[in-house]
Design a protein around this ligand. Structure first.
Ligand code: NDP
Length: 274
């Protein structure tokens, strides 16, 4: 049901997974366990979310083989300095109770306050140890991508950025396609803001689907990787079932037309540390 997309580094990523931002530690284990039981095989977490330990507990409790679940985590903003990044990676593995993550990302470039090229070089070092099967970035703008590639000769496997029908990010996605970077769409539902859009509701009513399913099917048709977050088992199942919905070109074009370059989260140029 869920397609796998090849990644640089020789691995592949399930196109659909579970997001865990704002999942409080006490909700995380049961939510991740419920998702794995429903058939989710990809979990996106981050040191910043404070729930890696509970994600790890859910993975262990699931009884699934390590290779059957794709796990992403991210380097937190205070840890860009190479020594801090090495230590932070160890803490993440320890919290997750894993020997290896499938994907390790720089969470934000912090372009004005850090040397993100040195941070990227540290992730390259980590990948060389085999303990991150693939490495990538998040919230990188075109000039940040070009700079790390020019400086190191290593292209990130993914760039995880905010994308939904109100922020379609087509120029950045085209750059990714040209560079061989897989696009991951964070906040794919715009944290719920697109779900009562009349165009989304109209398509959903006609297809007998829910608004969330229509929006997720739009992302999947575009080829992006998505991991919507929900704490509700019913919604976890509803969202996963979006992988069975085929949108036609006319519906996809109608959703493309909703773009208004509107963010629900922070702009990468405005996130710095400290
Ligand atoms: P999403 O777009 O996934 O939306 C989540 C919100 O939508 C929650 O409030 C959830 O509520 C609600 N929701 C989920 N499913 C449904 C449904 N079927 N019907 C109605 N409402 C629904 O937002 P996120 O910000 O969580 O983004 C997804 C993931 O992307 C994150 O969890 C995180 O893993 C990643 N991310 C990465 C960032 C980065 O900087 N790299 C930044 C932000 C997110 P409820 O839980 O009550 O169901």
């Amino acid at each position: 049901m869920v397609r796998s997309i090849p990644l640089r580094g020789g691995t592949s990523i399930p196109q659909f997974g579970l997001g865990t931002y704002k999942l409080a530690p006490e909700q995380t284990q049961r939510t991740v366990e419920a998702a794995l039981e429903l058939g989710y095989r990809h979990v996106d977490t981050a040191a910043m979310y404070g729930n890696e330990r509970e994600v790890g507990l859910a993975l262990a409790a699931s009884g699934l083989a390590r290779d059957d679940v794709f796990v992403t985590t991210k380097l937190n903003n205070p840890d860009h300095d190479p020594d801090a990044a090495r230590a932070a990676f160890e803490r993440s593995l320890d919290a997750l109770q894993l020997d290896q993550v499938d994907l390790y990302l720089i969470h934000w470039p912090l372009a004005h306050s850090t040397d993100y090229v040195a941070t990227w070089a540290t992730l390259i070092e980590i990948a060389a140890t085999g303990r991150a099967r693939a490495i990538g970035v998040s919230n990188f703008q075109p000039d940040h991508l070009r700079r790390i590639i020019d400086a190191t000769g290593v292209t990130p496997a993914v760039n995880q950025v905010e994308i939904h029908p109100y922020l379609s990010q087509d120029p950045l996605r085209a750059l990714h396609a040209g560079l061989g970077i897989v696009t991951e769409a964070w906040s794919p539902l715009a944290r719920g803001k697109v779900l009562d859009d009349p165009v989304v509701e109209g398509i959903a009513a006609r297809l007998g689907a829910t608004p969330a399913q229509v929006v997720l099917a739009w992302h999947l048709r575009r080829g992006d990787v998505v991991f919507p977050k929900s704490t509700h088992p019913g919604r976890l199942a509803e969202n996963l079932a979006a992988t069975t919905i085929d949108l036609d070109a006319a519906d996809a074009a109608a959703l493309d037309g909703l773009n208004r370059d509107e963010r629900t989260g922070s702009h990468p140029d405005h996130v710095e540390w400290p």
